[in-house]
Design a protein around this ligand. Structure first.
Ligand SMILES: [Zn+2]
Length: 185
């Protein structure tokens, strides 16, 4: 049995919805490919924690929706890896984001003020995909970066623009402890 992820503040450190969504898997540490979406219920709970859905009753997300979420996540990694490395965004990955949004638009209400309210997990995926499109087309001047340790994406809004970690509380402290250990005989 897999343990359900308990979502907390430390899972929402990217400064952007689409990047927080991408960060539900680890690239480098603690284990490459470790997936925090352990099942449909943890996925639904993430959507609720992100404020996309009002609540996440058990069974509100299906295996099919979870599979779509994982595909969307891989597309976001492809798009923002390219952005980060200064490469052209691969057209098929960008098209994938648009396809996700288009497929799920019936599960989404867009209000006159521009706010988009999902009516279910698929609509929530559409919002995440559209956020990814918006960020790729209008990135912040400092760009999107990735944590030196775990590989999570983030937007560095610190004053000196010297942020290296997804979070000082997790990766930052771990890296400091590792440096300390390696400096001792
Ligand atoms: Zn990290």
């Amino acid at each position: 049995m897999t343990t359900a992820t308990a979502w907390g503040e430390d899972h929402f450190v990217a400064g952007n919805l689409a990047l927080d969504f991408a960060n539900t898997v680890y690239r480098r540490w603690p284990e490459p490919g470790a997936d925090l979406f352990t099942g449909p219920d943890t996925f639904a709970a993430w959507l609720a924690r992100a404020g996309l859905l009002p609540e996440s009753p058990r069974g509100s997300a299906t295996e099919a929706a979870l599979a779509e979420a994982r595909t969307l996540r891989a597309l976001l990694w492809t798009v923002f890896d390219a952005h980060r490395e200064g490469r052209t965004i691969p057209a098929d990955a960008f098209a994938g984001l648009l396809d996700t949004a288009r497929r799920s638009v019936t599960d989404l209400t867009v209000h006159a003020d521009g706010s988009a309210r999902p009516r279910g997990p698929r609509g929530a995926l559409a919002v995440v995909a559209l956020n990814g499109v918006a960020l790729a087309l209008d990135p912040p001047p400092q760009g999107v970066r990735a944590c030196d340790r775990c590989g999570w994406f983030f937007i560095d809004s610190s004053r000196g623009r010297r942020r290296r970690w997804c979070s000082m509380k997790t990766c930052g402290n771990q890296a400091k402890a590792a440096r300390y250990r390696s400096s001792r005989p």
